[in-house]
Design a binder for this molecule. Sequence first.
Ligand code: THU
Length: 162
Amino acid sequence: MKKTISFSYNSYNSPSEMTYSDQQLIAQAESSLTKAYAIYSGFHVGASVLLENGKIMSANNQENMAFPSSLCAERVLMYYCKANFPELEIKKIAVTVKSVHGSISEPISPCGSCRQVMLEYEQNQNNNIQVLLKADQGKVYELESINDLLPLSFKTDVLKRY
Ligand code: THU
């Protein structure tokens, strides 16, 4: 039997086509990427989340000369939020990028590890986390859920929650 998984998303040519609140979230992510510690890749990523209390938190990628010790902007931010505001739901995440190697026309797409981490937090709360992915040239993709980024995700009842 053939099965199909599909999802739809919105594409905008520029944040100016979006709501003021989304523009603010993206602007915070763009401001954060200027502080990224990305001296090895030159790939500066900024992320910001809107929490359920209306506060916006931001972070960026942090690299290390021992390359596997580096961490993406999304996970730096998610872990900070959950370490400090574990009770607050995350409503939305915006991710932006700029590279020293040239202009990027397509929106950034989170890596597999970040998808896995964000998905578990989404599953722990009652509402989806909306996703805004921006290219440095302006194009933005808007997805309704982290789940759209990771279909057929790892799930098991064997791992108990204590
Ligand atoms: N990176 C992120 O911060 N987020 C992503 O979604 C993709 C990649 C970072 C990791 C590394 O510092 C640099 O971008 C190049 O991979």
